[in-house]
Ligand binder design. Structure first.
Ligand SMILES: [Zn+2]
Length: 222
């Protein structure tokens, strides 16, 4: 498979797209077919600035305070990062690498909210330059977001990692929550679900590890 062009942007470039508690953006739909819709239905009563509930685990509280509200994509990013950090041996900080494959047209809320959850869960951050969006020709622009999370060895090479896609089940339930305007309670329910219920998780191949390293090293900006 060859790619004519790869696009990689760091969170710095994406920062202007991220939300800070705005009311409407979490309502874009994800269809049960696995394709994410550009259409944003408006359930503005469902998204408020974050107010902690006594039942919120500490990690959800931290992520929601950082993000500004409690939403599904930021929660998905946090859960996914936490799962990867656990599989790869603890919060990665400097040695973790995160590539979020997202079409340029979808680098906006609600989908881009995942980029506020991923640092909270994985330890990769904009400041350390070990997280970014990427896209390459040949990928289906309507596909589910995919996240590669890998760990670098002492020599800096990416030794192992995992790819994550949200599961069909999760997409279907997200669509129902959008329709019902229950995104906050849905996000809280996600926090109690198992990773294998939420995500399709696969080990990264050597080619995927190499591509991740290449993109993060290059930091090509569009
Ligand atoms: Zn959000």
């Amino acid at each position: 498979m060859s790619f004519a062009r790869a696009v990689f942007v760091t969170m710095t470039a994406a920062a202007g797209l991220l939300c800070g508690g705005c009311a409407h953006h979490e309502s874009a739909a994800a269809s049960a077919t696995g394709r994410i819709s550009d259409e944003a239905s408006h359930h503005e009563d469902g998204m408020h600035p974050y107010v902690a509930s006594a039942s919120d685990p500490a990690w959800l509280r931290k992520a929601s305070e950082f993000h500004g509200h409690l939403g599904p994509w930021s929660t998905i990013g946090t859960l996914l990062g936490r799962d990867a950090a656990a599989r790869l041996g603890g919060p990665g900080a400097w040695d973790i690498r995160v590539v979020c494959w997202t079409p340029p047209a979808k680098r906006k809320p609600p989908f881009s909210c995942i980029m506020d959850g991923l640092p909270c869960g994985s330890g990769a951050t904009m400041g350390k330059r070990n997280i970014g969006f990427a896209w390459e020709n040949g990928r289906d622009p309507a596909e589910r977001p995919e996240v590669y999370i890998a760990k670098a060895g002492p020599d800096g090479r990416l030794s192992r990692g995992f790819s994550y896609r949200v599961s069909q089940r999760l997409l279907g339930e997200l669509q129902a929550a959008v329709a019902a305007g229950t995104l906050e309670s849905f996000s809280r329910r996600l926090a109690g679900m198992r990773s294998d219920e939420l995500f399709d998780i696969r080990p990264l191949t050597d080619a995927q590890l190499a591509r991740s390293a290449e993109l993060l090293a290059a930091g090509v900006s569009d």
